[in-house]
Design a protein around this ligand. Structure first.
Ligand code: SF4
Ligand code: MG
Length: 365
């Protein structure tokens, strides 16, 4: 069993003056143990809301309206550590059976046991999880002590070790400083240390490098890739940058207007993209080694307003392969195209015997 987390037909809506708007509209994702899944798409496609929905962190007027988020137990739970001397305390797992996180109460004890311990999340803005005015060591120490009964002294020792692991020079000194004294890159490292403090099995990283300068971006990306491998963690990495996907992903899910339109291994998807949107995204990456060119607007048109979703395929107004009479009436379901790949596009099937009144999209996998 190498599947860590399965997201099935997840739906999250926001109540607005114009009715309920779907931000996440039937998303399927599979996260495997020890692998990195990149979720890629333009801003507003529902990447962040998907991530927040997994941990029940969507705030009103948003709410999960359907689907499942199945967290599977760790087959190695209770075993010895991986052997490379992780500095973190080892918390016992919250569950011994698969649990549907989407069915838990957002404020309840159960989801709080999952957060930080089984699944941690880091954000673009480190101050989303750090306080400016509490010492770094105290904040990491408190994060450790939420899930582990260790003394303050021990928590401090673990904090120093963690700061060393995220590449902070002289962690014994930095542990007593305040986040307001640190650069953006250092704050990001502190946030990563805090996220790793209870050895999560899955780290969700929501565009953690986007706000940093280019050099620091590369360093943080290398750090996360390295930590993911060394700890054998699963990682869900959210980005709008196909270059980042090429660098760190094992698997990739391409999102467009609240749906995953294509998913598979990064090799398969990059070498033979199937969805017209994936193809267009890949064409917009500047060629490696070639002459630098400005980002071309490779995809004509703009993303539709989620409050005015078109009928049929949500990509049809921008698609060069759109089939009149079909793509404007049938909403493409996820189609298995072999090799564990799925594509939501009628070029690959999904239109057989379906009319606008038929149930579309609900695969019973
Ligand atoms: Fe294009 Fe039709 Fe495929 Fe949508 S379903 S991506 S419009 S070909
Ligand atoms: Mg976002």
């Amino acid at each position: 069993q190498d599947v860590l987390l399965e997201v099935r037909d997840l739906r999250t809506r926001f109540r607005t003056d114009h009715g309920e708007v779907p931000a996440v509209n039937g998303v399927d994702l599979t996260l495997r143990r020890g692998r990195t899944l990149c979720v890629v798409g333009e801003s507003g496609c529902g990447k962040s809301v998907t991530a927040r929905s997994i941990l029940q962190l969507v705030e009103p007027p948003g709410r999960i309206t359907g689907g499942r988020v199945l967290l599977h137990p760790d087959p190695d739970a209770g075993g010895a550590d991986a052997g490379d001397g992780h500095a973190s305390a080892t918390a016992s797992p919250a569950f011994t059976e698969s649990v549907d996180l989407a069915a838990l109460s957002p404020k309840g004890k159960e989801i709080r046991r999952v957060r930080g311990r089984d699944i941690s999340m880091i954000f673009q803005e480190p101050m989303a999880s750090l306080s400016l005015v509490h010492r770094v060591g105290n904040q990491i120490g408190e994060a450790i002590r939420v899930h582990n009964p260790v003394s303050k002294k021990e928590a401090r020792r673990l904090s120093v070790a963690l700061l060393g692991q995220v590449g902070i020079p002289s962690p014994e000194r930095l542990v007593d400083s305040y986040p307001f004294q640190l650069s953006g890159g250092m704050r990001q490292r502190v946030m990563i240390a805090m996220a790793l403090s209870c050895e999560p099995r899955l780290l969700i990283a929501d565009e953690p490098t986007t706000a940093l300068d280019v050099t620091t971006q590369a360093q943080i990306l290398d750090l996360l890739a390295d930590l993911q491998k060394r700890r054998g963690m699963g990682m869900m990495f959210i980005t709008h940058d196909m270059g980042v996907v090429a660098e760190i992903a094992d698997d990739v899910a391409v999102m467009y207007l609240g749906n995953v339109v294509e998913r598979g291994t990064v090799d398969d998807v990059f070498h033979a993209p199937k969805h017209p949107y994936t193809r267009a995204l890949l064409e917009s990456i500047p060629r490696m080694g070639g002459a630098r060119r400005d980002r071309l607007p490779a995809i004509r048109g703009t993303v539709p307003d989620p409050a005015k979703r078109p009928t049929g395929c949500v990509f049809r107004d921008r698609c060069d392969s759109a089939m009149p009479g079909l793509c404007d009436t049938v909403d493409p379901p996820p189609i298995d195209v072999g090799g564990g790949r799925q594509v939501r596009c009628l070029l690959y099937g999904g239109a057989e015997g379906r009319g606008p009144d038929d149930q579309v999209g609900g695969t019973g996998d």
